[in-house]
Design a protein around this ligand. Structure first.
Ligand code: ADP
Length: 442
């Protein structure tokens, strides 16, 4: 019972779904295979937002921004080891992808800023609600409306080739059923390898024993399948840890909490880093603190600015106090130190951060209740992966295109260089997912 289609896509995260919709809209029959029992992958866990410059949403809010600035921030954030041609595409096509998502029914009307961005360009649903689940839902509905077939609990095990061209995939279903899906084009959209300690610690030994923010399906299988047929990889040792993950349950606290004004203090109640420094810098600074954790501290006005925070409170991972002193005592921190830290920070808000040179300080922490969340770093995003060109085609180790094979999303490498900026993963998935879908349909 082999299947045949025009375009077969491995993985139903943001990249796979976006690719599927574009390929279908270009007139092709599409099948998506997804090894988990639900669609969405790690994209479901994306909370921060989607970076794009020059969108209608920004214009409506009087925010002046440019793709050039987005490009520069992305290169700088990635330590300039990014592939400039891919970053150029990311930045210049981001706004169109936002309009495309809005056209599909997405709400991206809330614009904020995340670390490393020099402008407010992180798009999210109203109220700052998590972006990933919303975008996945919108894409899933659009895929279903278009009659795109999604086979759940169906894992791709190999890419089939003939005369060097990808001609389909081998799959295995949960009950052990195996069959082939032949297609004119194969798109690998399997996500990263942040859930495979064997892989991430293999590429960066410092990460042995680290937790992960990733869903269980982030095993790197697309990279392995691609390499098996000659695909090249890049930047495999560039692995991002997210600085603010709750040690007790692995839940990631969105960077937008800091973006909206929260500070980070150590167990003594002292700030120790520019909270908006890049993720690697903040992670390293936390690991230098006693207990290798720290506390995000915020007030009620920050809570009201971001609905995700109410979710954290419901989850029971926040400590609370009506005053700073009460919060300190509930955390078990010296209250004079915490009061002094917050007073000093508040004094910087309308001027400059004389201690850590934090550039964006949107509000003073002056409104009770106050909250603290204990956090530490965990593996979050794998920047490296399959080498692609501007058309989303996979490149082999000799530098040639592998005919019929495309890739998009976290499985690819080169876009984020040495460090991915918050909000750029969603942009990557949608921009390059669409490119792969359109290219595969040609
Ligand atoms: P991206 O963010 O790049 O879209 P995601 O992690 O959101 O990546 O989605 C990738 C999806 O691919 C996940 O749902 C994951 O379960 C799925 N996946 C990974 N490997 C395979 C495989 N070998 N076969 C089928 N699905 C896979």
């Amino acid at each position: 019972n082999d299947l045949k289609t025009d375009v077969v896509i491995i993985g139903s995260g943001g990249a796979g779904l976006a690719a599927a919709i574009e390929a279908k809209d270009a007139g092709k029959e599409v099948i998506i295979v997804e090894m988990m029992n639900m669609v969405g992958g790690n994209t479901l866990r994306a909370t921060g937002g989607l970076n794009a410059a020059g969108t209608s949403v920004q214009k409506d809010q009087g925010i002046e921004d440019s793709a050039d600035s987005h490009y520069e921030d992305t290169m700088k954030g990635g330590y300039n080891i990014n592939n400039p041609a891919l970053v150029e595409i990311l930045a210049s096509q981001a706004a169109d992808s936002v309009e495309w998502l809005i056209g599909l029914g997405a709400d991206l009307s809330n614009v904020g800023r995340m670390a490393g961005s020099s402008q407010d360009r992180t798009h999210r649903p109203t109220g700052g609600a998590p972006v990933g689940p919303h975008v996945v839902q919108v894409l899933k509905e659009n895929a279903e409306e278009r009659g795109i077939e999604i086979l759940l609990e169906t894992k791709a095990t190999d890419i089939i080739t003939k005369d060097g061209k990808a001609t389909g995939i081998k799959v295995e279903q949960k009950d052990g059923t195996k069959f082939n899906i032949t297609a004119d084009a194969v798109i690998i959209a399997t996500g990263g390898f942040g859930a495979s300690e064997e892989m991430f610690a293999g590429f960066d030994t410092k990460l042995a024993g680290f937790g992960t923010t990733n869903h269980a399906g982030a095993t790197g299988s697309g990279i392995v399948m691609g390499q098996a047929i000659g695909a090249d990889v890049v930047d495999m040792d560039q692995i991002q840890t997210h600085p603010t993950v709750v040690p007790s349950n692995g839940h990631m606290i969105t960077e937008a909490v800091r973006g909206n004004g929260a500070i980070l203090v150590n167990a003594k109640g002292e700030r120790f880093v520019n909270e908006l420094a890049t993720r690697d810098v903040v992670s390293a600074a936390i690991l230098e603190q006693e207990g290798q954790t720290a506390y995000l501290v915020l007030d009620n006005s920050i809570r009201e600015s971001l609905s995700a925070i109410d979710g954290y409170i419901r989850m029971g991972i926040t400590l609370e106090g009506t005053t700073i002193e009460e919060l300190a005592s509930n955390v078990g921190m010296d209250s004079d130190t915490l009061v002094n830290t917050i007073t000093a920070y508040n004094g910087f808000v309308d001027g400059v951060d004389a201690d850590f040179e934090r550039a964006d300080m949107p509000r003073k922490l002056i409104e009770g209740s106050y909250y603290a969340i204990e956090i530490g770093p965990a593996v979050h995003h794998t920047m490296g992966g399959l080498v692609i060109n501007a058309e989303g085609q996979v490149i082999d180790t000799e530098g040639n295109v592998i005919s019929g094979l495309f890739a998009a999303g976290e499985v690819t490498g080169g876009i984020h260089g040495g460090n991915r900026l918050g909000g750029n993963a969603m942009t990557d998935l949608i921009v390059f997912g669409r490119i792969a879908g359109k290219s595969a349909a040609k």
